[in-house]
Design a protein around this ligand. Structure first.
Ligand SMILES: [Ca+2]
Ligand SMILES: [Ca+2]
Length: 393
């Protein structure tokens, strides 16, 4: 098998002029499976798993109700989760609400800062907050160490986006849904005077004016005279349920949940308009025909509700165990449980989309472990963390 692989890769490399085999098809006989990464550990509703390389390394897992736990890098039979932070007193959870996002400052080891995205109540709102972990990697985080960076109201309970992640530029990116209901009744995603239906970019290492964060100087609407929110990086999104950076190319990927028909994947460019609610995927939505597609960026890939109902974004695979997946974007559908690998051509157009497996449980999120192998989170009654593997022959 290894020989077959080497030859396969060699041929592809030769054909591609020794470039990355981005447009390689998967071997026809490749089969994939999930193995339990932590067999003795279960969560209520896991929605995030983030690896941090500090000391021995830890995997941090977010439970939607408002708790963060950590796990050691390698599981043994008796491995249990350890409570890291409990803010369930201030999180409003249920449905698409809750503690939804977690990311660590690039200098976390020195400053102890990490960032969360959660919904709170009275009135319903999204908060982007910073917490500070105690030094020396010991004990739990004081819930009183919270600094709220950004708050904005949520007109409806659904479509809260939730992901926060640092880009290669050191700035914090935030995925925000259109506010909710159905069909974006307030037309928020196209309205650049508010933060809903957007990807935001904040400079958390500086402040500007009365903000507790800075606006990166090259944000598309920095110092704009039109009254657009300066935090906006891209707009026209419905409910981006997971965004991620490819750690090799720096490309920003977003999975945007569709309305009635089409789930989509976008490559996010600064200042880009991704179409919602004018379009759902590459179809007109409002108006339902002859919509003005000018300046709208189409998905790099989309699928209809024949294959799933709600997309869950993942990561571009940068592990070593499955070289045939190198450079491919791995993602899933929350409802159908299908897990796919999407590859692009060098010009950024779609090359291939291959079904890897069907999980049999709702996939709420992906994570990357210490070796950049992919973790798959099961939501609901199971609440387990799996690792994606290629089946041995
Ligand atoms: Ca909402
Ligand atoms: Ca779109």
């Amino acid at each position: 098998m290894r020989l077959y692989y080497s030859c396969y890769l060699l041929v592809v490399l030769l054909l591609a002029g020794c470039a990355e085999p981005a447009d390689a098809q998967l071997p026809a006989d490749a089969k994939y499976e999930l193995e339990e990464a932590y067999p003795s550990v279960e969560f209520n509703s896991p929605v995030e798993a983030v690896w941090v390389k500090e000391g021995q390394g830890r995997l941090y897992v977010v439970d939607q109700e408002g708790k963060i736990f950590w796990l050691p890098g390698t599981a043994s039979a008796g491995t249990k989760q350890n409570l890291f932070l409990d803010i369930s007193d201030r999180v409003v959870a249920g449905g698409e609400r809750g503690l939804l996002g977690l990311t660590f400052h690039p200098d976390f080891q020195n400053n102890g800062y990490f960032y969360v995205n959660y919904t709170a109540g009275n009135p319903l709102q999204t908060r982007i907050s910073r917490f500070k972990a105690p030094t020396g990697n010991s004990g739990q985080v004081d819930p009183g160490s919270e600094t709220i960076l950004l708050t904005f109201q949520q007109p409806y309970g659904n479509h809260n986006g939730g992901k926060v992640t640092f880009g290669p530029d050191g700035h914090l990116y935030v995925a925000v849904g259109d506010g909710g209901s159905g069909g974006d009744p307030q037309n928020n995603a196209q309205d650049r005077s508010n933060l809903l239906g957007k990807i935001l970019r904040l400079d958390v290492n500086n402040t500007s004016g009365n903000r507790t964060y800075g606006i990166p100087a090259d944000n598309p609407y920095a110092n704009n005279p039109e009254g657009f929110r300066e935090e906006i990086f891209a707009y026209g999104l419905r409910n981006p349920w997971k965004i991620s950076f490819d750690q090799e190319t720096g490309r920003l990927w977003a999975a945007d949940v569709g309305q009635n028909k089409i789930e989509e994947i976008d490559i996010v460019e600064k200042g880009g308009n991704y179409g919602w609610r004018i379009m759902e995927g590459s179809d007109c939505f409002k108006p339902s025909s002859n919509c003005d597609e000018k300046n709208l960026i189409k998905p790099v890939h989309e699928y209809t509700h024949a294959d799933g109902v709600s997309i869950t974004g993942g990561f571009v695979y940068r592990g070593k165990a499955m070289p045939e997946l190198q450079g491919k974007y791995i993602y899933a559908d929350y409802v159908s449980g299908k897990v796919w690998a999407l590859s692009l051509n060098k010009d950024g157009t779609k090359a291939d989309n291959a079904l890897l497996l069907t999980t049999g449980f709702p996939v709420s999120a992906f994570g990357q472990d210490q070796n950049n192998e992919l973790l798959v989170l099961s939501y609901g009654s199971e609440g387990k963390i799996y690792r994606l593997n290629r089946q041995a022959k």
